[in-house]
Write a protein that binds this ligand. Structure first.
Ligand code: SIN
Ligand code: FE2
Length: 219
């Protein structure tokens, strides 16, 4: 690639800590960094009311990632399928409310990526321990794909895979660190994405763990 073209391309790809991942998809480097500790404290409070658990896929496999939720509804999987429920099946109580800090971050990150007015009503919280992984999938249990997904990484770094709407679309690998936020919507809303097996390590705030918040407008 001629030098001038390579320079223009890199300017385009990394504008103010924002890296394009595809049409309507971007990584916002470090966007959640100033709020990392507050977000982790909020996760602890949610988990005290709705504990992390490893759910079962419809095919009968126990997921390696432990999950809980907050907001109007929570995403679950069991032998009956994937869906949102208003009540946590483990506790019989409604999912904990969405913390104001989650809402504010999601709204700001979505706006920075070009999706003004995003108001999530559900947040899936993933907890990865060494070896835990998430195979490529689409987020498609939400009512309206007109709203983006905002995904916040906390703790140990992980390798995120991001492809396209077709399962056969090539997957790009992106290293995500504590505080990084990924937003995908518009033409990328149904992009396949996954997380490679977490490598062991030690993070000053989370120890041997990675957390991920996936904020959606589900209803
Ligand atoms: C997800 O797709 O639910 C989580 C993605 C991630 O952990 O980065
Ligand atoms: Fe997902």
């Amino acid at each position: 690639m001629p030098y001038i073209w390579a320079t223009m391309q890199s300017l385009f790809d990394t504008d103010g800590g924002m890296e394009a991942l595809g049409p309507g998809a971007a990584v916002l480097r470090g966007r959640a960094l100033p709020r990392g500790e507050a977000l982790l404290a909020a996760i602890d409070a949610i988990a005290a009311a709705a504990p992390f658990r490893r759910m079962t896929t419809p095919g009968g496999f126990e997921m390696s990632v432990a999950m809980t939720n907050c907001g109007l509804g929570g995403w679950i999987t069991d032998r009956k399928g994937y869906r949102y429920t208003g009540v946590d099946p483990e506790t019989g109580r409604p999912w904990p409310a969405m913390p104001a800090a989650f809402l504010a971050l999601a709204r700001e990150a979505a706006a920075a990526a070009g999706f003004a007015g995003f108001v999530p009503d559900a947040c899936l919280i993933n907890r990865y321990e060494p070896g835990a992984r998430l195979s490529p999938h689409q987020d498609k249990d939400e009512a309206d794909y007109g709203h983006p997904i905002v995904s916040v990484s906390l703790g140990l770094p992980a390798t995120f895979q991001f492809g396209g709407p077709k399962r056969s679309d090539p997957l790009r690998k992106v290293r995500l660190h504590h505080g990084d936020v990924v937003v995908w919507g518009g033409p990328s809303r149904l992009a396949h994405h996954g997380v490679l097996a977490l490598k062991d390590g030690e993070h000053p705030l989370t120890g041997r763990r990675r957390f991920n918040l996936t904020l959606r407008k589900a209803f």
